[in-house]
Design a protein around this ligand. Structure first.
Ligand SMILES: [Zn+2]
Ligand SMILES: [Zn+2]
Length: 265
């Protein structure tokens, strides 16, 4: 899969910083690490990998993770489009666990994400997608051509527990991030009622910045978690504007994942 290797050398709109009171030099990256493409049944057909990368560059984002429901099959096209647009791409998936918890799975290498995709698909409920009800599940290339469709409906749960997910993702060099944990459905808190401290995550996604302090008060474990804010965009217009940043030592996917697993905020 050499041709799928991301270009991480592209110039981008980056700002360097020097950590206050330290000798640490890093790079601040504007991020959106939860974006759906047209492959997600609920994703707009306009949200092609090329459009996501192109719009991300226009908006001024530096790093974008493509996180379709239970699949990584548009990540190869996204990586090629991102190389053209100067966006740092991260291969990801928003997996629905058997507890119906949405969890972002992010990988430092595209090939590892595609290996995880192969592992996940047979564990997905084998129900054919009804496009009239759920929407299309288009696999695209980097020039906006449809190259295939995923047959089974990607909106269903995968028979992997939250407790085993970190091991499966971690063995492929990835990390897990419970998604939109404050949501009233399909979230860690809605499904479990609490934040477990033994599931192997150091980072959570909270959609609302206003909710952060309250959630930390209610759930002690969150005080030691990195907290990120993403768009969860299913249409192009919902993608994040610049403003959410991560300070990374290296401008590559591994550098981003290291910050997300550092366990501080
Ligand atoms: Zn979700
Ligand atoms: Zn999502």
């Amino acid at each position: 899969m050499d041709n799928l290797t991301p270009s991480q050398e592209n110039p981008s709109v980056l700002s360097s910083f020097r950590g206050e009171g330290t000798d640490c030099v890093g790079t601040a990256l504007n991020y959106d690490l939860h974006v759906h493409s047209c492959l997600s049944p609920c994703g707009s057909d306009e949200s092609t990998p090329a459009n996501i990368a192109g719009l991300g560059a226009v908006l001024g984002l530096d790093v974008i993770a493509l996180t379709d429901h239970n699949t990584c099959k548009n990540c190869p096209a996204f990586f090629k489009a991102a190389a053209e647009s100067g966006i740092l791409p991260i291969a990801g998936m928003e997996l629905t666990t058997e507890e119906e918890i949405h969890v972002l799975c992010l990988f430092s290498e595209l090939y590892a994400a595609m290996d995880f995709d192969k592992f996940v698909y047979p564990l997905l409920l084998p129900m054919k997608n009804d496009t009239a009800v759920f929407g299309n599940q288009f696999i695209m290339n980097e020039t906006d051509e449809i190259t295939g469709e995923v047959e089974n409906c990607l909106i269903n749960a995968v028979s992997i527990s939250l407790y085993s997910l970190a091991g499966e993702v971690g063995s492929r060099g990835g990390i897990i991030i419970p998604a939109h944990i404050e949501r009233a459905a399909f979230s860690l808190i809605s499904q479990l009622g609490f934040v477990p401290d033994d599931c192997g995550f150091d980072c959570v996604e909270i959609r609302s910045k206003q909710a952060v302090e309250n959630l930390k008060e209610q759930h002690e474990y969150l005080k030691n978690c990195k907290i990120i804010h993403n768009s969860d965009a299913h249409i192009l217009e919902s993608m994040s504007l610049p403003g959410n940043t991560l300070n990374v030592a290296e401008r590559n996917a591994r550098g981003v994942l290291e910050v997300l697993s550092a366990g501080f905020y």
